[in-house]
Structures are given as C-alpha cells and as structure tokens.
Design a protein around this ligand. Structure first.
Ligand SMILES: *[C@@H]1O[C@H](CO)[C@@H](O)[C@H](O)[C@H]1NC(C)=O
Ligand SMILES: *[C@@H]1O[C@H](CO)[C@@H](O)[C@H](O)[C@H]1NC(C)=O
Ligand SMILES: *[C@@H]1O[C@H](CO)[C@@H](O)[C@H](O)[C@H]1NC(C)=O
Ligand SMILES: *[C@@H]1O[C@H](CO)[C@@H](O)[C@H](O)[C@H]1NC(C)=O
Ligand SMILES: *[C@@H]1O[C@H](CO)[C@@H](O)[C@H](O)[C@H]1NC(C)=O
Length: 420
C-alpha cells in the first residue's frame, strides 16, 4: 500500500477526533450499516495500528441500558486484518459510576455474528442477552470496560487473527486516549471473554508478543473457548445452535478473497438446502439465521458434504485463522475455565493447548468444571473468573495464586455457590 506521508497530515489536520459534528449526530443510536460514523476517515490506512481514528460520546443514554455505567465513548481505531493489512474497528468504552482510573478490563463479548448490525457497539442499546451479567458485575466494582467490536466491519466471526489483533488495538487506542477518557496513563489492563469472546481474547494473547511487544497485559480470563473451528463446525451442525457454524464459515472465508465463491461452487443448487437459501441467509440477522439453521445438518447444503473442510484451500484457512495453539504463548497470567461436558468443543482440545502453553512456560490456573454444559459454565465460571481478575487488578494475585507454572484441576463450581 502506498502511503503519501506528505498528504496524510493535511487530511488529518482537518479532522478533529471528538468533533462537533460527531456529537450532534449521535443522540439516537443508528445501526452501523446506516450510521455514517462507521466510515473510516481519509488517510486511515497510513496510521499505525492502534491509532484512534474517531471518538464520540456513545449515542443514547448508556446509564439507562447498562447498570453501573455513568457514560460511554465510541472509538474507531486502526487495526489489521488476518493478513496484517490495514483494517479498522470500533469499540465502546464504559465509564463506571465510581471509576478506578487505574483499571481497564477488555471484555470480549461473544457476539458470534455475520451481521454488522449485531455488533456490540449497537446491540448494547437493546440489552445484550449474552454474557452481559459478567461485565456488569465488573462495572459496579469500578473498572473501566472496553467492549470491542472485534469481528470488524466484515463480521469475521471465528477468524482468530483479525479478532485478536482488533482486541489488542482497541486497548492500544484507549491507552493512547487515556487523558481524554479519564484513564490513568499507567492503568493496568486485562482481558476476559467467554466462548466466542474467549476465542478473540486467546488469539490476542497468542499474537500479542509478536504484534504488540510493548504491551503488558496484567492477565486474561477465558471460559469455554472453542479451539478448533473445523471440529466446532462439525459438532454444531445438526444441533440447535447450528447457525453459529454458518456464521463461522462466513467469518473465516471473509478474510480470504475468493474462498466464499469457491465454497458456493460446492453447494447444491436444488433441494430444500441449497445455495440460494445459504446466500440469502448472509443478509439476515443472527436471530433470524439461528432460526433458519437450528438443528440443520449444514453438510446437506454441499454436494460432497463436509469434504471441503479437508481440501487444501479450506483446511489451510481453518488451521491458520481458526485453530488456537500454534501462534504464540500467552505472556500474561491466564485463568482458563471450561465444563468437562462442554458440547460445543471437546475439552480435550483445550487440555492439549493448555499443556502446550505450560510446556512453553506460561502461568495458568485451569479449572475443569465437573458440572454443567457450555451455556451453564458461562455462569458457573463467572464468579471464580471475576475473583481471579479482581486479584490481578488489586495486586493480590501473587499472594492468592501461583505466579509461575501451571495449576490444572477439576472443580465442582456452581453459580449458586456465589450468588444469593
Ligand atoms: C462535543 O463533545 C466534546 C467532548 O465531550 C465537547 O468538548 C464539545 O464541546 C462538544 N461539542 C458540541 C458542539 O456539543
Ligand atoms: C439516563 O438514564 C438514567 C437511568 O435510567 C436516568 O436517571 C437519567 O435521567 C437519564 N438521562 C437522560 C439525559 O435522559
Ligand atoms: C481440528 O479438527 C479437525 C476435525 O476434527 C481435525 O481433522 C484436525 O486435525 C484438528 N486440528 C488440530 C490442529 O488438531
Ligand atoms: C432452495 O431452498 C429454498 C429454501 O431455503 C427453497 O425455498 C427453494 O425452493 C429451493 N430451491 C430449489 C431450486 O430447490
Ligand atoms: C500452586 O501449585 C501447586 C502445585 O501445582 C498446587 O498444589 C496448589 O494448589 C497451587 N496453589 C494455588 C493457590 O493455586
């Protein structure tokens, strides 16, 4: 890409980060597909990754929709796609009512979508059903919450590289704006995510050392992470959440030009499950596709079933961008939790990746819950994760948890043990 450095300052000189136009146009939240604010400003590709491109007070009345939030900002920032080429994304920063300026938690929401208007910066106004409980808890304890739309404008659900880089760059962008946002310049920052949100977090952790070596995450809590896109797609197919597999196939191919069209060539043209129904679904919301694909065996859409997953074109993509455990070792302390009975992705795949990280010198507490399935563990593991993160921010981590090596244990933890 050609960056005309003598032009860039002119383009950006005309552009103020928090502009009057931004304020006045944002009283009512508008879906990202219709909101002109979700357009990268001229010259953005020439900015370093993590540079804020636009900032606005988030539209609407955030304290009416998020318990514990006093105000919020939207920040658009420069990040990278899965080929390390310029891309952009938007994040939402929630400012707590009683802020602790030294603590920033990047919470990756499991929004699992192929549909731009289901990005958290917008869906936050309709009351997020998925895993909102977790970060609302955190907000009441005074942490600033970063909620990146880490799938980016292409909705690359399951594309781990760009999801991880967009997570990293969202934190970089907020830190560079710390003065304006009320954060301390030396704020500590950590990550948390469950399921699809753990995927983005764990990719960020694997890629951080090579992509953002200057960063120093204080910790990461990851629950119910799906390790291997190929096995997740096979396992989800035919089950109630089969629509997630559709969104993941969309998301992974979205990063590899031409691969979606190649996929369509392998699809049936008639019968109840055909290429027309498949491509029509791309335009529909996550809720709609969840209904369409529920319990469908997605392999039925393809002439040769799931054979395509093992062709070089697709297996290369699904390994490079859809399989954790081969892109780096987390440098920050990690708390990992998963239900032994997790039906979305067998726990053995996480066991293997954790063993690899431990072999490579990571510091991990890994708790395997003897009770509950994938959905239940989102709640069952939330309090232990919260306590772990609180110890990280409070500086009591070292006196509560092992600071080196790995502790792997089976636990029996239920949400009702903590809430009452
Ligand atoms: C827009 O918001 C910024 C920051 O909150 C403020 O400084 C500025 O005065 C606002 N502009 C208008 C026109 O309200
Ligand atoms: C925003 O919502 C909060 C909580 O419901 C309410 O107290 C406050 O008055 C609202 N602010 C505005 C400007 O409407
Ligand atoms: C991912 O899962 C697929 C399907 O089960 C399997 O063929 C492949 O070997 C797995 N990849 C890794 C790296 O384990
Ligand atoms: C393709 O599938 C749709 C349902 O998604 C159906 O309505 C349509 O009749 C099918 N087309 C053919 C040619 O079978
Ligand atoms: C620390 O590690 C040891 C050895 O693996 C383990 O027995 C102990 O339970 C761990 N302590 C904590 C607080 O996790």
């Amino acid at each position: 890409m050609l960056c005309l450095h003598y032009l860039a300052p002119i383009a950006f000189g005309l552009f103020s980060l928090v502009s009057a136009a931004d304020n006045s146009s944002t009283t009512v939240p508008i879906p990202p597909s219709l909101d002109p604010w979700y357009t990268a400003p001229q010259g953005w590709k020439c900015k370093p990754a993590g540079t804020p491109l636009r900032v606005r007070p988030a539209p609407g009345n955030i304290s009416a929709v998020v318990k514990g939030a006093a105000s919020a900002y939207n920040v658009m920032y420069r990040t990278s796609n899965s080929h390390y080429e310029p891309s952009w994304a938007v994040t939402t920063l929630l400012v707590p009512q009683t802020p602790n300026p030294k603590a920033l938690l990047s919470y990756q929401i499991a929004y699992d979508t192929h549909h731009l208007d289901d990005s958290p910066s917008y869906t936050i106004y309709s009351g997020l059903a998925t895993d909102a409980m977790a970060w609302e808890l955190v907000l009441t304890s005074g942490l600033f919450i970063n909620l990146p739309d880490y799938e980016g404008p292409t909705c690359s659900f399951g594309a781990g590289i760009t999801s991880g880089l967009a997570t990293i760059d969202s934190v970089r962008a907020l830190l560079s704006l710390s003065d304006e946002l009320g954060l301390a310049a030396d704020a500590q920052y950590a990550m948390w995510g469950y399921s699809g949100g753990a995927l983005a977090s764990q990719w960020a952790a694997e890629l951080q050392e090579s992509y953002a070596p200057e960063m120093n995450f204080a910790g990461m809590a990851i629950g119910g992470v799906p390790i291997n896109a190929t096995s997740v797609i096979r396992d989800l197919s035919g089950t109630p959440p089969a629509g997630l597999a559709f969104s993941a196939i969309w998301g992974l191919t979205s990063q590899y030009p031409g691969s979606w069209d190649e996929l369509l060539k392998r699809m049936k043209t008639e019968g109840p499950m055909n290429v027309t129904g498949w491509t029509d679904a791309v335009k529909k919301s996550t809720t709609e596709t969840a209904t369409i694909f529920a319990n469908q065996d997605l392999s039925e859409y393809f002439t040769n079933g799931f054979d395509f997953l093992y062709e070089t074109l697709f297996s290369t993509i699904f390994y490079r961008d859809g399989t954790l455990g081969h892109s780096g070792t987390p440098k920050m302390p990690v708390y990992a939790y998963k239900a032994i009975q997790d039906e979305i992705n067998p726990i053995a795949e996480l066991d293997e990746v954790i063993a690899q990280y431990c072999h490579d010198g990571a510091n991990i507490l890994y708790e395997r819950n003897t009770i509950g399935d994938h959905a239940a563990e989102g709640l069952n593991g939330a309090y232990p994760a919260l306590f772990w993160l609180q110890s990280v921010f409070a500086g009591t981590y070292g006196s509560t948890y092992n600071t080196t090596g790995c502790t792997i244990r089976d636990v029996t933890t239920s949400y009702s043990d903590f809430s009452s």
